[in-house]
Design a protein around this ligand. Structure first.
Ligand SMILES: [Zn+2]
Length: 423
């Protein structure tokens, strides 16, 4: 069987970074030790480069079926491969909506044919994400490709509907992955954070209440139902406080933070560029600091990109009219490494945990980096500097404010079940 020996890696193993060798045989990790010599293996000398379990992103939009002009399973999973990911979970806001078995089965077939990383999907919570009627959660969950339930893109407005969904999810030992947005707090045309930039440029703002009020509502339901519950793309300091308190009470809750909310605030927005428009929006400096604190103390245990591709034409509209969302898979790690780790605001270990083991744990994915487990691993050169260029983006879309950003941490290899891609 084909053997590959990675020598002299800075390996993230058992939650710490150590100088180790890693031997892969076929699709399996055969050994992780200080020094391995294996005569018949192909040797790759890493010379101190970072080797870690490939990343796991539990919040991406692949746009297929229905919006293939923005992204497909093939192009979205390729951008994941180029970002060092082995596992991604797609959101249900496709067309048709991922709310029924027929659409899920169709997605399974597309994934089997086109995906180059392990690809899952959420089932919607409510039919058509309309918040009016629960999907058949039991039927949808029979498909192994379904990782949980989410109406991402919309908050579930009705308290009774959310309670019914959580009760059913609890009975099925599944998880509610919540996009929290209280629509009674939204003003028509709201496009960026209700802060100074919005005021100065006469744009309609999106307040913090629109997020944290619904998080507070949901956590109160969890207090009675005790179901597994995960908050998507946390952006406000109030949400971090609510989640921290809920975790301290022992509730089975978790939260994720996106790379753009960790790196940017509304002060970074330039020229009312719609590539700075996403939902939830880039918040204040105070919010960003709270997110980093939440990442560091484990309140926000997961980093997820909310990879949201749109066509160039859609993002050329005025910021008040352009769709929400930016792409994120390909450059998530280098951006966070450069603009949050190298600045001393968090540690490399915290980021690696939040991008691999922690998201797997939230979704109870049987994924680990251990002798005997599947060889899903990636290698980054932390010293190598590069600039994010539009022509290097492999997603079908290029809607990101990070083009032109210098980064450290260039991907060198991504191995999915023993299959090696070299960059
Ligand atoms: Zn969302």
């Amino acid at each position: 069987m084909n053997k590959i020996l990675f020598k002299n890696g800075l390996v993230y193993y058992h939650q710490k970074l150590s100088s180790l060798d890693v031997l892969v045989e076929g699709d399996t990790i055969k050994a992780i030790e200080e020094k391995i010599d294996e005569k018949d293996a192909q040797v790759i000398d890493l010379k101190g480069k970072l080797l870690t379990h490939s990343f796991i992103d539990i919040h991406v939009h692949l746009r297929e079926p229905g919006f293939e002009y923005k992204e497909t399973v093939a192009t979205g999973s390729k951008s994941a491969l180029y970002g060092g990911y082995s596992h991604i979970v797609a959101m249900a806001n496709t067309l048709p909506c991922m709310d029924n078995e027929e659409t899920i089965e169709r997605f399974e077939k597309i994934v089997a044919k086109d995906a180059c990383v392990h690809t899952y999907t959420y089932s919607a919570i409510t039919k058509g994400l309309a918040g009016k009627e629960l999907v058949n959660m039991e039927d949808n969950l029979r498909h192994q490709i379904v990782a949980g339930f989410s109406d991402d893109g919309k908050g579930v407005q009705s308290d009774a509907m959310m309670k019914a969904a959580m009760t059913k999810a609890k009975a099925l030992d599944s998880i509610i992955v919540a996009h929290c947005e209280d629509e009674s707090e939204l003003k028509p045309g709201g496009c960026i954070h209700e802060g100074n930039y919005a005021k100065e440029h006469e744009l309609i703002g999106i307040n913090n209440e629109s997020e944290f009020k619904q998080v507070a509502r949901d956590l109160d339901i969890v207090r009675t139902v005790h179901n597994r519950y995960h908050v998507c793309h946390v952006s406000t300091h109030q949400t971090v406080d609510l989640l921290r308190k809920a975790k301290a009470e022992g509730l089975p809750v978790s939260g994720e933070v996106s790379p753009h909310h960790l790196v940017l605030t509304d002060e970074n927005i330039k020229n009312c560029d719609p590539n700075y428009k996403m939902n939830p929006p880039l918040r204040s400096k105070e919010d960003r600091e709270a997110l980093i604190k939440g990442l560091n103390d484990g309140t926000l245990s997961v980093i997820a990109t909310d990879h949201a591709p749109h066509s160039e034409e859609e993002k050329e509209r005025h910021i008040s009219k352009a769709p929400f969302g930016i792409i994120g898979l390909q450059h998530c790690f280098p951006l966070i490494y450069t603009y949050v780790v190298k600045t001393g605001e968090t540690t490399l270990e915290t980021v690696l945990e939040a991008m691999s083991a922690a998201p797997a744990k939230v979704l109870k994915m049987p994924v680990e980096f251990e002798v005997g487990s599947k060889a899903d691993l990636c290698v980054f050169d932390l010293e190598e500097k590069f600039i994010i260029k539009k022509e290097d983006i492999v997603s079908k879309a290029s809607n990101t404010p990070f083009i032109g950003y210098p980064c450290y941490g260039k991907i060198k290899y991504n191995m999915i079940e023993g299959k090696l891609t070299e960059f």
